[in-house]
Design a protein around this ligand. Sequence first.
Ligand code: IPM
Ligand code: MG
Length: 366
Amino acid sequence: MNSLLILPGDGIGPEVMAEVRRIIDWLGAKRGIAFEVSEDLVGGAAYDKYGTPLHDKTMAKAQEVDAVLLGAVGGPKYDQLPFAVKPERGLLRLRKEMDLYANLRPAQCFDALADFSSLKKDVVAGLDIMIVRELTGGVYFGEPRGIFTEGNERVGINTQRYSESEIARVSRSAFELARKRRNKVCSMEKANVMESGVLWREVVQKIRDEEYPDVELSHMYADNGAMQLVRWPKQFDVIVTDNLFGDILSDCAAMLTGSLGMLPSASLGAPMNNGRPKALYEPVHGSAPDIAGQGKANPIACILSFAMALRYSFDMGSEADRLEKAVEKVLADGVRTADLMGPEGGTPVSTAGMGDAILAALDASL
Ligand code: IPM
Ligand code: MG
């Protein structure tokens, strides 16, 4: 049976995840697709109960299931905690121990929302790009790291480190995806100032030449990439980049689409025994503590993350299409959560109200 571990986490995580559970129930009732669902804590919620942002038992469970679905972690309540038990460490541990090296962050602009971007409509209308962010290496995990004493002052140290095999495997993920899209990859690094960037560029080019000669590859310095993303984002198809640049560039790409509340992500690793990749799905938005618990959050990013799970973990592409079309329909009908209200105003629906509308659109699709 298809198994799922749900980790709602902190802030708006539990609210948006509640709407995903309704979709899962709908699939069971209306499509005869059953999931074995378990639920546990991560982040601040786990710290409050277990004294750690990810309990070993939860980590073990995550390794066993077909896919993990995560809401969000973090909040001001935990800002003063020591680094080792911060909510974010729970998420980083999942990524690292499951070896989820390829983080897929699609940035798609729904027609109905083209006016919501802070950029001009013709720059973003019809936008459909995919950022592939390396997720288990680079400065996020490199050693040495820490705050050390040197002479009479302290220095903070983090290390950017990439091996050839780490670069090769994430670039393969990017080339594979490109073949199913518009067959174009742009790789971003800082080869002008960083040796890790020089190696990155060299390895990506080598993998392209030896294994994917049919895919068009270009290289860009990451700072120029940021500028090009806001100048004319439609020049890109797939962007492949390292962990830190990917963190920054994907937030930038997210805003092109109008709201961070819209963007899903998939973090994939190597295939397990059953042939499915190790996988974790999560919205790109954070825990949004300022609106948590008020029923205002937009559940779409989390729902679309579940659609990615249907596609990449469960080989249910047509069910994923159905869910994505339902979201598109609801947006075209003008259903809006508060984050999607334009200057002309209107009455936003609640988190559950958006869930109701999507379920109605799913019913109508049968
Ligand atoms: C992201 C987030 C995380 C990151 C945080 C929550 C650790 O910003 O997924 O983009 O920096 O990777
Ligand atoms: Mg980020």
